[in-house]
Write a protein that binds this ligand. Structure first.
Ligand code: ZN
Length: 411
């Protein structure tokens, strides 16, 4: 989706503020001699922003509004090195709450609901984002924060919570505890808002069935307000995001060129009205695609597909970008294989080849299963892998993250 005239006008406002603040991005613009843009092509020439730029600006180098207008900071914890500090003005905090309120509304939540919030409060944007949006909506907040499952379940029953906000793993844990204790009859939950890390359909179904609730994926990242910039509706055809606050483009992470709607790539976000720390063309390294066309729900907000992983997971083979998540999706359609798999990419006789190892129990014809799987991969991704079926339990497993993709071309 090309950037619109109105959006370009908003970007120009941000460019002006960044030049004035003369922070890392202001300097980049100055060096490139850019003061204003007027077309989508010019927008696509603007330099990207990277997490490393944000880290280098620690502590307050991203501050773009005058200090007297900054009312709060949030921080994203890096696994390595310095964190990123994002300053917010009062308008930024309010804008975020407006978007979050829309998310609740899209999920069919109203001011009659009672929203139990289990993500953490503090430096990160999680808990407080859920809270501000809920208060804007006028719902009753039960601000639990994380952990203490005993107390969570007690409050959930006594307060008759109707909405649970959680990570997918915590929602799963709560659903298991509820089942174990046989207290489902006391639980009034109807909906769950789940932070949009990648989670399997199997897990989604387990949580939804055991609690008897509808689940919604919410998207966002600390660098861009926090959670609440997009959510899926009841049609479940991707997450609507708010194009009056953010402009989203998808790029090929290798060539850095913007791709067509519908094509998979890296999500790049530009904040259109943010004051405290506006970001232009921020590379999220999240993989997804823009879903073309209109949602059957009739809302005009554009849609992003579920997050399919991170750009670091991407493999390029025969000039096609492949994501492990795509292979996982295919495997899920075959009940006779386990969820373990291994992908090996090698370069043989001048050609890239992909071997896909899957496991099954001894009751099916290995050769026929391999053929059916290869056929399915070909139709979904565009080339035929060599599928090797092995006995269940033979592929490596580990407590931590199992390495499932082995690229022998660069070893
Ligand atoms: Zn919709």
């Amino acid at each position: 989706m090309k950037i619109s005239k109105e959006q370009i006008e908003l970007v120009n406002g941000r460019i002006e503020a960044l030049l004035k603040a003369n922070n890392f991005y202001g300097k980049k613009l100055k060096e490139a001699g850019i003061g204003k843009i007027s077309t989508a092509e010019e927008f696509e020439q603007l330099p990207f922003s990277e997490k490393a730029d944000l880290r280098d600006a620690y502590p307050l180098g991203l501050m773009t509004a005058p200090e007297e207008e900054i009312v709060r900071i949030h921080s994203s914890s890096g696994t390595t090195g310095k964190p990123v500090i994002i300053p917010y003005t009062a308008k930024d905090v309010d804008d975020w709450a407006i978007m979050f309120k829309r998310c609740y509304e899209i999920a069919g939540i109203t001011n009659k609901d009672r929203i139990q919030i289990t993500p953490g409060y503090g430096l990160w944007t999680a808990g407080i984002g859920f809270q501000n949006g809920a208060e804007k909506l006028g719902a009753m907040v039960i601000p639990m924060g994380p952990g203490n499952t005993e107390k969570q379940l007690q409050m959930m029953q006594d307060m008759e919570s109707t909405v649970i906000c959680a990570t997918s793993s915590y929602a799963l844990l709560l659903s298991e505890e509820i089942e174990k204790r046989g207290i489902k009859k006391n639980i009034k939950l109807k909906k769950g808002i789940i932070g949009s890390e990648r989670w399997s359909d199997k897990m989604r179904k387990t949580i939804a069935d055991s609690l008897g609730i509808s689940l919604y994926d919410i998207y966002g990242l600390t660098e861009i307000y926090g959670p609440g910039i997009g959510i899926n509706c009841d049609e479940n055809t991707g997450m609507h995001y708010f194009d009056d606050y953010v402009y989203v483009e998808i790029i090929d992470p290798k060539t850095l060129k913007t791709v067509e709607d519908g094509e998979m790539g890296e999500i790049v976000i530009t904040t259109l009205v943010k004051e405290g720390a506006p970001l232009i063309r921020y590379r999220t390294h999240d993989l997804s695609r823009i879903i073309p066309g209109k949602c059957p729900c009739g809302r005009s907000y554009p849609r992003l597909d579920t997050i399919m992983g991170r750009t670091d997971d991407m493999i390029k083979i025969h000039g096609v970008n492949v994501f492990p998540a795509q292979i996982e999706e295919i495997l899920q359609q075959f009940p006779e294989v386990s969820s373990e798999y291994q992908i090996r990419i090698s370069h043989l006789e001048g050609k890239d080849s992909m071997r896909l190892y899957v496991e099954t129990n001894g009751t099916v014809d290995f050769k026929a299963l391999a053929d059916r799987l290869a056929e399915k991969v070909k139709s979904a991704i565009g080339f035929t892998p060599l599928v090797k079926v092995v006995e269940e339990g033979l592929l490596p497993r580990s407590e931590k993250k199992t390495k499932r993709v082995i690229d022998e071309r660069y070893e």
